[in-house]
Ligand binder design. Structure first.
Ligand SMILES: Cc1ncc(COP(=O)(O)O)c(C=O)c1O
Length: 368
């Protein structure tokens, strides 16, 4: 694994634990994904809940991304304030008085697409007077195997007809193939996605409605997107990659653009050392296919097997003693899931050719 990027000498003067971003790697990831989508005629609308950082969204748009995907209206407000004007909140938004006021203000600054997956959601938008806003449209969410939000594809047409009759503009459908988060499941998830979006488009046609936008995407599956069906993809993690994607085989270790820099604060027994990064830095995501709470670089055989809020306990019994760091040493850990790790940080430190800048995680906490 190329660890030069994360060597302590390159990140001096910043108190640990902190999130370090290698900008050349990040740029390469963005360029690669964009080229892949451009070659295939697929629109890339990155999900920016991964990073919540306008500077990174600017790089994505400069690389060729068209529009941003967000998880919440609060995130959309943050990115609109930063100047982005084509926003898709890929979530079943249920309008309330407060949310409707905020949406109206948001619509002064941006074109907004909202997810809907129920008559209740559609009716709430209409009730709050948002139906005929010229900059608002909706996409009907269908499910393609994850069994989270989204109606079954065959019901998408009736929902679209209901929204259309009530004055809402319906741009098409979207789905999230999150079942691709399992070993060997990326390509099958892309096939599920295409099948669901195609069936949903047929259901629109049965109601006499066009279904121009057919949006899918997640990092483990977007490279296998069926572009005969899918018009737009929304990966988020692809920008940084993480230990989870490495375990899934979606990314190589050299493609991971973010690491947690942490200090060994204790080595109370020969088989154990303790890092100052715990669940409040690394996050607690630990899917079954990863080995521990992140990958400790430079110590083959070591495993971060227990975490508390501010402690990461590493079992080094399987490591060569020559590789085991000492108290006071700084080491780098690839977090399992970059989205949840960034969500815990106020800022990231970004290194490009010797210069280190600090970028604020501006949309942090905008969960509603
Ligand atoms: C609706 C939706 N679209 C896109 C994404 C991005 O997928 P990934 O996190 O695999 O990059 C997510 C992630 O949770 C999502 O929920």
């Amino acid at each position: 694994m190329s660890e030069e990027r994360w060597s302590p000498d390159r990140w001096q003067g910043i108190a640990t634990p902190f999130l370090a971003v290698d900008l050349p790697t990040l740029r390469r990831n963005l360029a690669r994904a964009q080229a892949l989508c451009d070659d295939r005629g697929l629109r890339l609308r990155p999900h920016v809940k991964t990073h919540k950082i306008p500077e990174i969204a600017r790089l994505q748009v400069a690389a060729g991304a068209r529009g941003l995907t967000l998880a919440t209206v609060g995130e959309a407000e943050c990115f609109a304030k930063a100047g982005f004007d084509d926003l898709f909140v890929a979530y079943p938004v249920l309008a309330t008085d407060d949310l409707a006021d905020r949406l109206r203000r948001l619509l002064d600054a941006a074109t907004v697409i909202l997810g809907v997956d129920s008559r209740d959601g559609i009716d709430a938008l209409v009730r709050h007077g948002l139906a005929d806003h010229p900059r608002l449209s909706v996409l009907v969410e269908v499910e393609c195997g994850l069994r989270r939000t989204g109606v079954v594809p065959e019901e998408a047409g009736l929902l679209a007809a209901h929204a259309t009759e009530r004055g809402l503009r319906v741009g098409g459908v979207f789905t999230f193939p999150g079942q691709g988060y399992a070993l060997g499941a990326g390509a099958p998830a892309a096939a599920d996605e295409a099948s669901a979006l195609s069936r949903a488009a047929d259901a629109f046609a049965a109601e006499g409605l066009p279904c121009e936008i057919r949006s899918g995407g997640a990092t483990p599956s977007y490279e296998a997107t069926d572009v005969e069906v899918v018009t737009e993809t929304r990966p988020g993690v692809y920008a940084f990659q993480d230990a989870q994607q490495v375990a899934l085989g979606t990314a190589g270790p050299d493609e991971v653009a973010l690491a947690v820099i942490t200090t060994v604060v204790s080595a109370p027994a020969p088989d154990r050392l303790v890092l100052d990064a715990g669940s409040k830095t690394l996050a607690a995501d630990r899917p079954p296919y990863v080995n521990g709470h992140g990958v400790l670089l430079g110590v083959p055989g070591a495993r971060i097997d227990r975490i508390w809020e501010h402690h990461g306990v590493v079992d080094v019994s399987g490591a060569d003693p020559a590789d085991v760091p000492a108290v006071g040493d700084r080491v780098a850990v690839l977090p399992n899931h970059v989205c949840t790790a960034i969500n815990l940080a106020d800022r990231v430190h970004v290194r490009d050719d010797g210069e280190v800048a600090t970028w604020t995680v501006a949309a942090r906490g905008q969960n509603g």
